[in-house]
Design a protein around this ligand. Structure first.
Ligand code: MN
Length: 744
């Protein structure tokens, strides 16, 4: 007997029927029976348990299994593992039980998924690290994990707002890039779109409205654009489908923000997609280029905007031909040309390989990538955060291709430098790199590579890895190798220095004891003996005058030593910055309640972050920097976004209470057309608004255009909005924007 109501049981069965419809065409009877067995088992295990939304828990794993089957196209093992994915985590069953009932493969995947669960309150960096280790065991674990996350995002509505923010941030930070790296565009887009919706609901709704508003106009444009192409392709007897796709809302929004443009200025909203049924016997590449040529006969292409991802597929396997052309009405339109096979890869990424049985036979880019991660994990000693940052560089980057002198191709993230190539080829080549010859020209290790460069690495036996390389090394591989080398190097110096110091002490017949060492440390103004050793080892300090120290009476010096240690300690506490707490928050802060920002705070104090300078009324969150201190950031602050995504357990909701007395420094940037009396108009408006005081104005004019900053003391966002509104009405002013950073 089930603990659920009749209506709920019907809901469960409907949901399961959806899954069955999805797989019945592909799975034989034997597989269908195994799926059924998993469903019955999981349904009984989760019986009576509900999700936050109130619906039966089992709905979730079935929905995840449906994504696994439909959106990822994975096989029976994965579907079964998806159905069972929360059983070990949430019920009394163990991995052994799963193994006995469903076999080794399913249980291994469920085990991997269980290890990745319950991460909400732990440090995300560790989660990622765990995730990547699992990745190298079985990619299916990550694919199912992504499906799990997708369904959680689809049902995020029922969680508390702060929880929504945390989950959405984490998704954007970790899961969307991962989906991108695995080539799962559809899933990546949906994850981004949902994260955007929950993180910035107002922007989301506004953009939705704007897109809707233009829909009719856009459809007209699309039809007008597509018709001649269709006609021409039909005339040539090319079988294909022509579709169009709107750029995702998240990417429109990102573009508006990063490039500071308005909605109307985002020119490439639309992409037209031509998917051909490839004719047998002719290379797919040739057929795609033929279509390209037909399209550019009709519409002129934008120079430099032809991207050939067929000759050189992207690292995530993506193949396609892109061209931006001038359409009717003078609008740029992107056209993507590919075959049905390429389209499958574009939609399902590496999962496409799993859709067919030949998954294991081809050594693909994914394997190579996983190989690199494995490498990386094996020799990285640094902490999880550092690892995460480095790794993410790799996830986000788009690729360039360079050539070795012998014509071998090497794929690298965009903005890679000579040092990256050197390490990519071989660690020794990296360690000894002094520069390169690119297209016959000599360049330094810091030189940024262009797509298609032919790179010959130059080395010298005298070269050693340099600290400075880290400022421009881009790939995770190069960075970790350099760090390893520097660590070793430092270790070598330390050892050498220790020997030299001890030898000097012996030569002066002084006792080799802690006291003697302390005296030397003090004499050379070092913080500790490690620093002494390493500077001696590097030759920064020579020990010529060590004799004078060793014969001295040490009293005064002792005092100095203690001073230094104390000073050293002081520094150490200072360097525990706002974002790196040493301890877990104490009981003083109630993480479940929003933190109230008051003019005169009681036991827990707070400060306003300097990176985004929030003022009362701003949408803010708190970061618990210690047991009795909270750092307040604007929700939209990039630094805060990173904190929410990577240290969710230190984040609390924060709310402003009534603020009356205090004012906060705020900066507004103004631009427009210069005219006589403009500055006067601006200052008049400010002086009329009594609640606002001006600290300073800086204006520059240049050929009739002006740009400038106002620094104001202001009480809250309401006053600020009033002011921005008033300023916007002044003749000649084009843009008024708040600038978060107060220093130039
Ligand atoms: Mn789950």
């Amino acid at each position: 007997m089930s603990l659920f109501t009749k209506a709920e049981i019907r809901q469960i069965n409907d949901c399961y029927d959806d899954l069955k419809r999805e797989i019945v065409k592909r799975f034989d009877n034997e597989r269908m029976e195994k799926v059924e067995k998993a469903f019955i088992f999981a349904n009984a295990a989760h019986d009576g348990v509900r999700r936050k939304s109130g619906e039966p828990y089992i709905i979730h794993p079935i929905a995840v299994a449906t994504v696994v089957a439909r959106d990822l196209g994975l096989g029976a093992t994965s579907v079964i593992a998806a159905i069972l994915h929360d059983v070990v985590e949430d019920t009394d069953y163990t991995v052994e039980d799963i193994r006995n009932l469903f076999g080794e493969n399913v249980s291994r995947i469920v085990d991997g998924l269980t290890k990745l669960s319950g991460e909400m309150d732990t440090r995300q960096a560790l989660t990622l690290k765990k995730m990547l280790m699992t990745l190298s065991d079985d990619v299916r674990v990550i694919l199912i994990k992504l499906a799990d996350r997708l369904h959680n995002m689809r049902t995020l509505e029922s969680l508390r707002p702060l929880k929504q923010l945390k989950v959405a941030s984490e998704t954007l930070y970790l899961y969307a890039p991962l989906a991108h790296r695995l080539g799962l565009y559809a899933i990546k887009n949906e994850l981004e779109e949902l994260s955007f919706k929950f993180k910035h609901p107002e922007d989301y709704n506004h953009l939705l409205y704007q897109l809707h508003d233009q829909e009719e106009k856009r459809n007209y444009l699309v039809n007008e654009f597509i018709a001649p192409i269709r006609q021409r392709l039909a005339d040539e007897g090319i079988e294909c489908t022509v579709t169009h796709r709107l750029k995702s809302m998240f990417s429109i929004w990102t573009k508006m923000h990063t490039k500071g443009v308005t909605f109307d200025e985002v020119y490439d909203l639309l992409a037209i997609r031509i998917i051909l049924k490839a004719k047998p016997g002719i290379s797919e590449k040739r057929q795609c280029f033929e279509v390209l040529s037909l399209v550019t006969d009709i519409y002129p292409p934008k120079p430099d905007r032809i991207r050939d991802w067929i000759t050189m597929p992207r690292a995530n396997g993506y193949e396609s031909l892109h061209v931006t052309v001038m359409g009717p009405q003078g609008k740029w339109v992107e056209v993507q040309i590919r075959t049905e096979r390429m389209d499958q890869i574009a939609e399902y990424g590496f999962a496409a390989h799993y859709r067919y049985k030949d998954a294991a036979t081809t050594e693909n880019e994914l394997d190579r990538w996983i190989e690199r991660i494995r490498d990386h994990l094996a020799n990285s000693e640094y902490d999880a955060f550092e690892f995460l940052d480095e790794f993410k560089l790799d996830l986000f980057a788009s690729d360039i291709v360079v050539f070795t002198p012998k014509g071998k191709t090497i794929k690298l993230p965009k903005n890679s430098t000579v040092i990256d190539v050197a390490y990519e080829i071989h660690t020794n080549l990296g360690d000894k790199c002094i520069g390169a010859k690119i297209n016959q020209k000599l360049v330094p290790p810091s030189h940024t590579l262009q797509n298609g460069d032919q790179v010959e690495i130059l080395t010298s036996e005298n070269q050693i890895p340099q600290q400075g390389w880290l400022t421009y090394a881009t790939t995770a591989k190069a960075r970790s190798k350099i760090k390893d080398a520097l660590r070793n190097e430092n270790h070598r110096h330390l050892e050498k220095g220790r020997e030299m110091v001890e030898e000097a002490i012996r030569q002066h017949n002084a006792p080799l004891v802690a006291n003697t060492l302390r005296k030397i440390v003090v004499h050379y103004n070092m913080n500790n003996k490690e620093q002494l050793y390493s500077e001696v080892g590097m030759g920064v300090i020579n020990l010529n005058d060590i004799g004078s120290v060793l014969s001295q009476k040490s009293k005064n010096k002792f005092i100095k030593y203690w001073n230094i240690t104390l000073r050293g300690k002081g520094k150490a506490t200072e360097s525990i910055t706002e974002e790196e707490p040493q301890e877990e928050p104490s009981q003083k802060i109630d993480k479940l309640k929003p933190f109230l920002l008051k003019e005169s705070p009681d036991k827990v104090s707070y400060s306003l972050a300097k990176c985004c300078n929030p003022i009362p009324g701003d949408d803010v969150i708190g970061y618990i920097s210690s047991g009795d201190h909270v750092m307040i950031h604007k929700k939209s602050c990039p630094k805060a976004e990173k904190l929410v995504a990577s240290q969710a357990h230190m984040i609390i909701a924060a709310e402003w209470t009534k603020f009356r007395k205090l004012s906060y420094l705020t900066r507004l940037n103004l631009s427009g057309f210069d005219r006589i009396g403009l500055v006067n108009d601006i200052t008049t408006i400010i002086s009329k608004l009594h609640s606002i005081n001006m600290r300073s104005v800086k204006f520059d004019t240049h050929e009739g255009l002006f740009e400038g900053d106002l620094f104001l003391y202001i009480h809250n966002t309401e006053d600020l909005q009033t002011l921005i509104g008033e300023l916007g009405k002044i003749k000649g002013i084009d843009k008024v924007t708040r600038v978060e950073n107060l220093s130039d």
